[in-house]
Design a protein around this ligand. Structure first.
Ligand code: NAP
Length: 301
């Protein structure tokens, strides 16, 4: 049996449109309604046709929904939820896909105090945004972390898990705060480092922009892919997961200082030991199917 019959997606960008396409592909009888704050996006989604309906107000999109998923930037979750407060059916389940969980849960609960809220975070994405960027297989064999609040209804949690499994994801459950700490180190900090390094290179005197681009294969290029990620989304992630990111950043700065010292004192053993350990991490990621072992990071030439 399908976990939901009428699904509403609010925010029809990369993630929202990928969910819609994946629902169409895996649960074709589900009635899909979409809403986005941007009239251009709504128009484009009508052309692309991956929902049954696109409404011009948020309220109208949820009136008969049994699942409502917010796919807007994390800083917009509270405002987007407030827009549906008067129209949300009492038995509907509310979820979201935000990249940070504790602050989003608080924002959704404040706007919808009586709703059943079961947040989730599909750990899958690309550096592109908008409704054209989505695709049906985005979540296939990727993890989706469901972060139910304390005391959540187990039947509602199970339905949200079943929904993501149908879309092809592997599902884990986690406490929202623990999720935020884990993602701070696996996703948020790497993005911060990429934004910093690409910013530093582009501000540098004595090395031209042309040289930076021409010789980018030396490692820089892989940072530029991450640093091309959506500015609104990532501004909101850092502001909403502030504590966990600052904690991880402190650890990172200490480790960077230790490496700086090793280089200064010619301590090759410290460098070699670290680089050997990090290579093993890469090997584990490939063994667990989380990346491609093909040379040059699996790029197609
Ligand atoms: P996106 O492509 O930029 O799409 C977001 C859409 O939401 C935009 O069309 C935006 O319209 C719209 N929107 C903004 N405020 C709204 C509101 N109050 N009501 C209705 N629509 C609103 O972003 P995305 O990459 O899909 O990210 C969406 C969410 O998924 C974020 O919370 C992000 O943290 C999470 N996530 C992203 C990734 C990833 O790799 N991208 C992965 C996992 C989870 P405007 O453009 O007009 O603002």
């Amino acid at each position: 049996m399908l976990p939901f019959a009428r699904v509403t997606i609010i925010g029809l960008g990369l993630i929202g449109s990928s969910i819609a396409r994946a629902v169409q592909a895996t649960m074709p009888t589900v009635r899909l309604t979409g809403y986005d704050a941007s009239p251009e996006v709504r128009e484009r989604v009508r052309e692309l046709g991956f929902t049954d309906d696109v409404t011009d107000t948020a309220g109208a999109s949820v009136v008969d929904a049994d699942l409502v998923i917010f796919c807007v930037p994390v800083g917009a979750m509270g405002a987007a939820a407030a827009e549906i407060a008067d129209d949300l059916p009492a038995d509907a389940i509310v979820s979201d896909v935000g990249s940070s969980k504790a602050s989003v849960l608080a924002a959704l609960a404040a706007a919808l105090p009586d709703a059943t809220i079961i947040p989730a975070h599909p750990v899958a994405g690309t550096e592109n945004s908008g409704p054209d960027a989505g695709f049906a297989t985005l979540f296939k064999d990727r993890w989706c972390i469901v972060t139910p609040p304390e005391g959540a209804d187990p039947a509602a949690v199970q339905k949200v898990e079943a929904f993501w499994q149908r879309l092809g994801a592997n599902v884990d459950t986690m406490d929202p705060k623990h999720h935020d700490l884990v993602l701070a180190v696996t996703s948020h900090l790497p993005h911060l480092i990429a934004y910093t390094i690409v910013g530093t290179a582009s501000d540098m005197e004595g090395v031209t922009q042309g040289e930076v681009i021409k010789y980018s294969a030396g490692g820089f290029r892989d940072f530029t892919r991450i640093a091309a990620s959506d500015p609104t989304m990532w501004r909101d992630v850092f502001l909403s997961n502030k504590d966990a990111v600052l904690e991880m950043l402190q650890r990172f700065s200490e480790d960077l200082t230790a490496l700086q010292r090793a280089i200064r004192w010619g301590d090759g053993d410290t460098l070699f030991d670290l680089f050997t350990r990090t290579r093993a991490v890469r090997r584990s990621i490939i063994e667990q199917g989380q990346d491609d072992a093909a040379p040059d990071f699996g790029r197609h030439h």
